[in-house]
Design a protein around this ligand. Structure first.
Ligand SMILES: [Mn+2]
Length: 436
């Protein structure tokens, strides 16, 4: 994404603001232990508005009565620090690169605040978060309102994140291209995992094989902790221990995705450790797959996500009755929420800079948003049949299956952005046999 993109986003945000000042800080470095830190990952909203990747910076947007401006505060260049922690862009180069009106050293941030918020009655920011830059701005506003010469003190604190996240809901061509590039890497990782998986391999060893494909292909991080769930572990929805051997005759569920240039991917595939589905595994797998394909087919502008949820639940319930997992009439079982025991989660979520993209699901009046061209969501039905559940037909006990793809809503309907990943029984068995 080029600097124009970020500038356009800031301008759009400014145009949505009323007279006021917005203050947003970066993510902060998090301690892992003693004096070592986790790799730095920029705050998603900050990244969306700036493309700026360093910590210890702040963005200020001023929406005045007659003029708007954006101001960036960045770490100054200090050579002895850069020797240890790497190059910083510094004030001068930031001025060159980022299309903002003013750039200052972050050391001048608190000193500059009072003049920037002069005569502006609203302070926008992450009012629910722990943003120290916003806190500093709130304190500065408090000091100003106690001064007798302050004509228009800040009287309203407004949540900036909701406004930014509304914008994040609709993805641009560039964002979609970035997600596509990430999905190419994640697809290769899934296929590699299928090809190298063998009975007796540890879940973490398969994780290493899987994630090796991320780094090798230029995605430096996962978008969330990789789930490698062999056999009955798949019945723990967010299983991340990944420390058991993969059993011959078991399935393995991999729910993972790389983060590529700050955009998430999120794909789940469930495949046989030994390369061939058993009959009972195939029956459950194809039931989930049928539902996943049917739900994806319903995606187009104007549809509610809640309809997809309802339809997925109904279809999965019907499949469960057919397989003898549930007994009774589908509508009555749905009414009694009996199906939730084996499909307890949502059908999908927005995806973008965050894997569970923090865009709203409802409009300002509280009405559910309809799907629109440019939205990206996951579709991930599953059936989870624990080994310990003796009410289940014996042949299905210990089978846990989820199938997840990343779908772009388009003008004419939808596009499955992760369609390249093997999904039918035949495709998966071919990949496991190193034929994909
Ligand atoms: Mn997901």
């Amino acid at each position: 994404m080029n600097e124009m993109t970020y500038k356009q986003r800031r301008d759009r945000l400014l145009s949505k603001m009323e007279e006021g000042i917005a203050v947003l800080g970066t993510a902060t470095l998090k301690t892992r232990s003693n004096d070592t830190e986790y790799p730095f990952r920029q705050n998603s909203d900050f990244f969306y508005l700036t493309g700026f990747e360093e910590d210890n910076a702040a963005l200020v947007l001023v929406r005045g009565s007659d003029t708007d401006k954006s101001v960036l505060f960045v770490q100054p260049k200090v050579e002895e620090m850069e020797l240890w922690t790497g190059k910083r862009i510094g004030v001068d180069a930031a001025k060159e690169r980022f299309d903002v009106d003013e750039v200052y050293s972050v050391e001048a941030f608190e000193e500059k605040l009072p003049e920037l918020m002069q005569n502006l009655p609203r302070l926008y920011g992450d009012i629910f978060g722990a943003d120290a830059r916003f806190e500093a701005a709130r304190n500065a506003a408090d000091k100003l309102r106690h001064k007798r010469e302050t004509k228009r003190p800040v009287t309203q604190l407004v949540d900036l994140t909701q406004m930014v996240r509304q914008m994040r809901l609709l993805k641009s061509e560039e964002e979609i291209a970035t997600i596509r590039a990430g999905l190419e890497i994640t697809a290769a990782a899934h296929h590699h995992a299928m090809a190298v998986c063998t009975p007796g391999m540890m879940e973490y060893a398969l994780q290493a094989e899987y994630e090796y494909m991320f780094t090798k292909n230029g995605a430096y991080s996962d978008a969330y902790t990789t789930i490698i769930a062999g056999g009955d572990h798949a019945n723990t929805l967010h299983y991340i221990k990944n420390d058991a051997p993969l059993g011959d005759g078991d399935l393995v569920l991999i729910d993972a995705g790389c983060e590529y240039r700050h955009y998430a991917t999120d794909i789940t595939r469930t495949f046989p450790v030994s390369g061939r589905f058993t009959e009972p595994q195939k029956e459950v797998y194809e039931a989930v797959l049928d539902v996943q394909l049917a739900v994806i087919a319903q995606i187009r502008p104007g549809v509610f996500k809640s309809e997809l949820q309802k339809n997925a639940e109904w279809m999965l319930c019907e499949k469960m009755v057919k397989l003898g997992i549930l007994k009774g009439e589908v509508d009555a079982l749905i009414e009694a929420k009996a199906h939730k025991k084996y499909f307890p989660h949502g059908i999908g979520h927005w995806m973008g800079i965050d894997v569970h993209d923090q865009a709203p699901y409802f409009d300002e009046e509280g009405n559910e948003l309809v799907l629109a061209s440019g939205m990206v969501l996951t579709i991930e039905p599953g059936l989870y049949l624990p080994a310990s559940d003796t009410s289940l037909p014996e042949r299905y006990r210990g089978i846990g299956i989820r199938i997840e793809d990343d779908i772009l809503v388009t003008e004419s309907g939808h596009e499955n952005l992760s369609a390249a990943v093997a999904k039918s029984v035949e495709e998966i068995e071919a990949c496991c046999a190193q034929n994909c």
